[in-house]
Write a protein that binds this ligand. Sequence first.
Ligand SMILES: Nc1ncnc2c1ncn2[C@@H]1O[C@H](COP(=O)(O)OP(=O)(O)OP(=O)(O)O)[C@@H](O)[C@H]1O
Length: 726
Amino acid sequence: MAAGRDGGYRDNEFRDREYIKASRRREFYYSTEESDYYHINKHDRGSGRSRNLERGKERDARDRIRVRQKDIKEREVINGGYRSSSSTSNSGSTGSGHRRGGVSVRMAEREPGELSSGSGSDGAIASESQVKDVEVSKRENGASSPTGKKRKFSPIVWDREEKDMSILPENRVAPTSALPPLPTMPKSYRQSPNLVPEAEGSKQVSPIKPNGLRSMPSSPVKETVALGSMASVAFDFSAGFSSSPQEQHWSNDLEPGQLEEEDFVPTRNISASRWADEISSLGNESEVSDDEDMPKRRKKAGSVENRLNMKTSSPELGELTREGSEGSRAKSSDSDGGGQTRLASGGEHPENELDKNDFVEMNDESENSGASDHQLDTDSEMENDSRKTPEPSIPPQRNINMLHGCRSVDEFERLNKINEGTYGVVYRARDKKTGEVVALKKVKMEKEREGFPLTSLREINILLSLHHPSIVDVKEVVVGSNLDSIFMVMEYMEHDLKGLMEAMKQPFSQSEVKCLMLQLLEGVKYLHDNWVLHRDLKTSNILFNNCGELKICDFGLSRQYGSPLKPYTHLVVTLWYRAPELLLGAKQYSTAIDMWSLGCIMAELLAKEPLFNGKTEFDQLDKIFRTLGTPNETIWPGFLKLPGVKVNFVKHQYNLLRKKFPATSFTGSPILSESGFDLLNKLLTYDPEKRITAEAALNHEWFREVPLPKSKDFMPTFPAQHAQDR
Ligand SMILES: Nc1ncnc2c1ncn2[C@@H]1O[C@H](COP(=O)(O)OP(=O)(O)OP(=O)(O)O)[C@@H](O)[C@H]1O
């Protein structure tokens, strides 16, 4: 992914790019010290499974879901819809949120491509800023920011003890009081039946995400049922593939009350997709096996093939079918014309995938590649233990229901290997049908004896649920020639920030960093608003394309939170970006861990080098303390109780961060204004309770002072690392 500013980029290197052909392209150049120049384009881019709950409990749960659904509807009315953050982001990209009112902008302080200068005339600047002023003041007043009405505090991930307590009947707490407000439902879930044909019509047009808008019927009863079903999909996705009883925690450990809390997943198209239906049924198959049948289930879980071959016996799906709701419709439409857009010829017949093609080679290649387990990929010891359990190998079966709904990877032409991470190999490929260039992430299956990797299931599940301009889009899931191979089809991005910075000679300018940070914060705010912790934010997981767009990827460690799940490992987040509470072994953590990572990323973008590059956890803490001062009970109440504090750290008295990021510099240190430093300090606040939230960070003064954030359209472009890419 590496690319460089120093590569002597020439305009014609990019001429053949499709987006450069866009009719409304604008270009301008500016020189760097090294006489390199950046090519800056203006692009126009449209751009139950619950464990066999007794019937009484089930009814109980549904009643609660109904109550909550009502609650959600009320909130929707108040908040005006789910997609607000996207729209905020979109507008942010063109400058919303960057108030100029009261700021006297001197031309000398502007950087090329600053949002303010994008219009090209002062008059235009003035009018643009007026619009922005209105938008910003609306946002600040909470008028136009539905998400602004959401929780103010990050709920913490509950600890083991709390979880145990929570499942005792006497400790069961009404979720509405125990938890912060839930996110609003996507509008797509609120469509009335008469909208369905339209949505299905649109499905025909778009082969991708064909079912994305067809999920929810509108009558309260159906909606409730569907919600329950949708929720179960989200759970079952993991549980259905879990390799051990312990791993099926979302299923087997759930009480109805918990179900009510956890099931609220703003799933976009999983619920309606065939893939999802079958996954859902997998979960319910597990449910049918239930506790007394653990050995059998473990055996079933022994291979992906067996898991994928389970029959549909989902109570939820059954309900959907009886009621004639979307679940059944989704299925039937897949089997008739509607599904054809997604099911390419031959793609639905796994047998056909045995044909020799590029991807056979690809599979072999990637399957031989080892994974460096630099991170714990599960959340509890239980999961780890279960992975050690030897599983009987079961011969593959070719008749796999679930995969009928997925296209074959044969329908993509392999272009080149982009990168290889811990959990997957990423390829650049072209959709033979549409010609679209995509990224294919092949799920590593080295733990296949225990079944489909949980991390990948989480990633697919979460990514399919999310939709935001700053989150990488997973278009669909396709299967390889070997039925163990599963690929995520993602939008292709030319770079990741790590590779990009390694190749750049100069760090990003302040206005470029502001542009990147705004997009990043929008994405993280969206995640947190939707109860997702990323847990592995780092520069290599932040993608960047030549349209100036930034997107967060790699959700393998991400988690939905806010409910009493099981104890979460503190061994998440790559060391350099890991929050001090995690390094010190905190058992409870929250969205603040992602915010710390963002602080490290902001500093790295400014300095073009990692802020704290520790080699071990101790070294990492030492580096943090040396720079920010050693924390104490006064600045971080509860600090002394953290397990890791038993270690004697040298007491550093002072915060030396400002020395690394001075207001003015003659030594080449990255400069940072007073307010920029304030934001950085707030992101790198020790006490997670006091650490700034994504929402507050988005409204920080730094983004409104000069130099203003550069518009995406004026962000520099970089040649891709791979020759084939050009
Ligand atoms: N959609 C995409 N477009 C282009 N490149 C991508 C895309 N997704 C991922 N990559 C590249 O592949 C690399 C690995 O991807 P990813 O982080 O998702 O895999 P992983 O196995 O989960 O990695 P990790 O070891 O960081 O956990 C990324 O750092 C990035 O360079």
